[in-house]
Ligand binder design. Sequence first.
Ligand code: ZN
Length: 449
Amino acid sequence: MPTLIENAHVITVDADRRELPDTPVLIDGARIVAIGDLPTLPADTVRVDGRGCALTPGLVNTHHHLYQWVTRGLAADHTLFEWLTRLYPIWAGIDESAVRTAALGGLAHLALSGATTTTDHHYVFPADGGDLLGAEIDAAHTVGLRFHPTRGSMDLSEKDGGLPPDSVVQTIDEILTAGAEVVAKWHDPSADSMLRVALAPCSPFSVTTQLLTETATQARELGVRLHTHLAESRDENDYCAEHFGCTPLQYMESVGWVGDDVWFAHGVEFTDDEITRLAATATGVAHCPTSNARLGNGICRTRDLVDAGVPVGLGVDGAASNESCRLLEEAHQAVLMARARGGPTALTTRAALELATIGGARVLGREADTGSVEVGKLADLVLWDLSTVAHSGIDDPVAALVLGAIPPIASSWVNGRQIIANGEILTVDVDLVAADVAREHRRLVAKAG
Ligand code: ZN
């Protein structure tokens, strides 16, 4: 039956960036079928009162590591490389149970901060871990989010000069075989797809040049996207200078890793020339301001990237470097960080909301399907309650969303299905999940010794 959202302030983020006070939006099936002018409604239409609320596109998260939900709070005061060295032995113990529990917790929490679409970068595959991608896909199906998991990989361990321990890396043949299998089994390229897969070697300092080259070839043969971490820290710059004699982006370009089918997480260290190159090739960037600050890596040049025309979305990054992982908070942080770096006009509140919605959709190749409130688009929508004491009296709903606290979510829909009502997620028992997360955390830490 159709659902009619009435009386809300609709922030469309469409091409004209229309904002429509007190305007009805009609959902039928998986799609938005009317905004403003309504057809004759059937008697069984469900009516949702959006009085005092803002209706936005569902937010799109462009970088995450869900498995880290059960390894939060460790190495709290360390650099990126120290933090990785501390956590790899714990991550080496993950299995299907840990990953499924972590993904249920991480995805439920992400939904409660406004996400309707998320990616995930899973790159730790211990030999006896089981079907880890299958476990998180199962969790995403349960929670009900639109999911773009990436099959990550590492083939450069300590014995070969890389950072990860030997037990969590795989051979190139194992990685390519697994990549082909997950794409064949899970990837759905259709317009209303709830599940698309990408391929994602972990970072320049944990994979070989051959793996990067062969993964790029494989992804293009299979018609899927490519993702990795890049230009995240000065340590990474030093590593690339020492091993390859160039910057991280120059290295990635030399192995075929630029184009509108590629997106990089972080990009803190990109230079002027590199920003021009990213724009010319339509290579995307997942901006993760909280993680960059938590690890002391610096501040991404968001304004310069956006001005140059680079596709930019927001990412919470993994829960081990962002224990909060609330997506709307990343829009808040994006504004604060950009202005701390570039002055009061560096990023507007509306530009930040665009990064969180249509920007992220563009980074994931879904801008025709989601990321704005438009007739014909998928019904991925969030109804934020701005009537409580946290936001009442803020006249500009976008300022309330981006500069204020995270509002309670009155309702949200993914693919036309309601997954949140009155601030509660309908699809999972979060109290049960919380207890499971605590148990899995204790088990993994004990296992690492
Ligand atoms: Zn990451």
